[in-house]
Design a protein around this ligand. Structure first.
Ligand code: HEM
Ligand code: HEM
Length: 391
């Protein structure tokens, strides 16, 4: 009843199977959604990641218990041992499922333990792991492995479920019933058990892990300019501008910039230094012209630099300083709003510049063709925790 027989899954094996299926499928959903939520929904993103990690640790414990139980039990024979390729494929998928049941949560857990993550595991243990140092490199490696192995697991689950449905709907045999109800089915022969499926599964997982480790690391969300040393670490942000072209507003942005920010929330004062890679400027179909000599002249001087002091003013703050662009350094003041909660600062500000001051678009001396005024918009999220990575 509780134990397996050579022709049936016992109640314990079935309970383990469906419990892990539920937890794993649920956690795949949580991981996919949490990973894709934009940064402006930070609170929800963190909450879903906390849930994902908490459930993931439970999946690990459940998976380990399941595997230990399975080791103590006979494995029911395949129902169609004569279909050798099909049986071998099903077994290969089972091995991949068993292995990833351990490897997926483990890599996620090590990644979490290696960072100063924000989204905590909600169990009263497991924030750190023995022998796992706090290391951004280790965390990135484990993140790459975790994501790749999660995709392998998803592919295996898809094949596995497709197989189960094929047996139930097309073959109309007892494969699904055996796992659902514990009914005994199958002959007395296993058709001989081979090591091949396990070896193929191992090779597949090894190839996936190798691929993940050799793939170029994803770029940091904001910077590919070398990140600056900063008291406040920019987690996410946008640096955009808009200008009127033939009277209609067009909007462009800089994809690559870094900021070094010091700020004391008590006095409301600080300093900021922003480096902007002009080669990363985009403006619809005229990106090439924008980067070209008439406008930003990114070939000659690829960096713009804004350095400013921060002070409170009325309801918000001012960053008062200078913008160096195209070899011209001129005063710029950026008013901005700031909201700090739980060590996370969200700022947003805008200022208007006159492009002619920096000699931009001199060939277009007409405000109606290309507006003189360029509105710069900045929004960013920063955390006080140096070296912290949101995950
Ligand atoms: C809702 C989706 C699922 C269905 C319909 C399903 C169905 C089945 C069925 C019918 C079997 C028995 C196969 C046989 O007797 O040869 C089985 C076995 C198995 N399932 Fe699932 N499964 C599902 C989800 C999962 C998930 C998410 C995992 C793991 C992450 C999983 C892991 C396994 C493993 C490892 C076995 C082999 C058990 C053994 O013989 O040692 N299954 N599943
Ligand atoms: C069975 C357990 C688990 C499954 C099925 C799973 C699955 C996933 C999936 C599908 C993703 C999204 C991947 C993508 O969109 O490319 C993800 C991301 C992530 N998971 Fe898990 N996970 C599990 C356990 C864990 C655990 C235990 C932790 C940590 C304690 C964890 C931490 C993370 C983190 C931090 C990310 C984001 C990775 C990044 O963007 O760097 N996961 N997971």
């Amino acid at each position: 009843m509780y134990r397996n027989t050579p022709r049936s899954y016992g109640a314990v094996a079935r309970a383990f199977h469906w419990a892990t299926a539920l937890v794993v499928l649920g956690n795949i959903g949580l991981g996919l959604v949490a990973h894709r939520l934009p940064m402006d929904q930070l609170a929800l993103k963190f909450a879903l990641f906390s849930l994902h990690k908490t459930l993931g640790v439970a999946a690990f414990a459940l998976g380990a218990a399941r595997i230990l139980w399975a080791l103590s039990q006979p494995r029911p024979v395949p129902l169609h041992p004569e279909r050798r390729v099909e049986t071998a494929m099903a077994e290969t998928v089972h091995w991949v499922l068993y292995a990833s049941l351990m490897l997926v949560p483990l890599t996620g857990w090590i990644e979490h333990a290696a960072t100063e993550g924000y989204a905590p595991i909600l169990w009263p243990f497991g924030q750190g792991l023995p022998m796992v140092p706090k290391s951004p490199e280790l965390a990135l490696t484990m993140a790459a492995l975790h994501k790749m192995l999660a995709w392998v697991l998803m592919a295996a689950v898809a094949l596995h479920v497709a197989g189960a449905l094929k047996h139930a709907i097309i073959d109309r045999d007892q494969v699904l019933a055996r796992m659902l109800t514990g009914r005994a089915a199958g002959g007395t022969t296993s058709g001989g058990r081979h090591a091949t499926p396990a070896l193929v599964a191992l090779a597949l997982l090894g190839a996936a892990a190798g691929w993940a480790l050799n793939a170029p690391q994803p770029q940091a969300p904001v910077a590919s300019l070398a990140a600056q040393v900063s008291e406040w670490q920019v987690l996410d942000g946008e640096l955009a501008f808009s200008v009127r072209q033939m009277g209609a507003p067009v909007r462009g942005e800089f994809g690559d910039w870094t900021a070094s920010i010091s700020f004391d929330p008590d006095s409301g004062t600080g300093a900021v230094s922003v480096s902007i890679n002009l080669q990363s400027a985009t403006l619809g179909t005229v990106t090439d012209q924008l980067r070209g000599p008439d406008f930003l002249d990114a070939e000659t001087a690829p960096l713009a630099l804004f350095q400013a002091e921060i002070r409170p003013e009325d309801e918000g703050y001012l960053a008062e300083g200078h913008l160096n662009l195209r070899g011209e350094t001129l005063p710029v003041t950026l008013p901005f709003d700031l909201d700090i909660a739980d060590g996370i600062a969200r700022m947003q500000g805008a200022t208007a510049l006159d492009r002619r001051d920096w000699g931009i678009g001199a060939a277009y001396p007409d405000d109606a063709t290309l507006g003189f005024e360029v509105v710069i918009q900045v929004s960013l999220t920063a955390s006080r925790d140096p070296g912290a990575v949101v995950r």
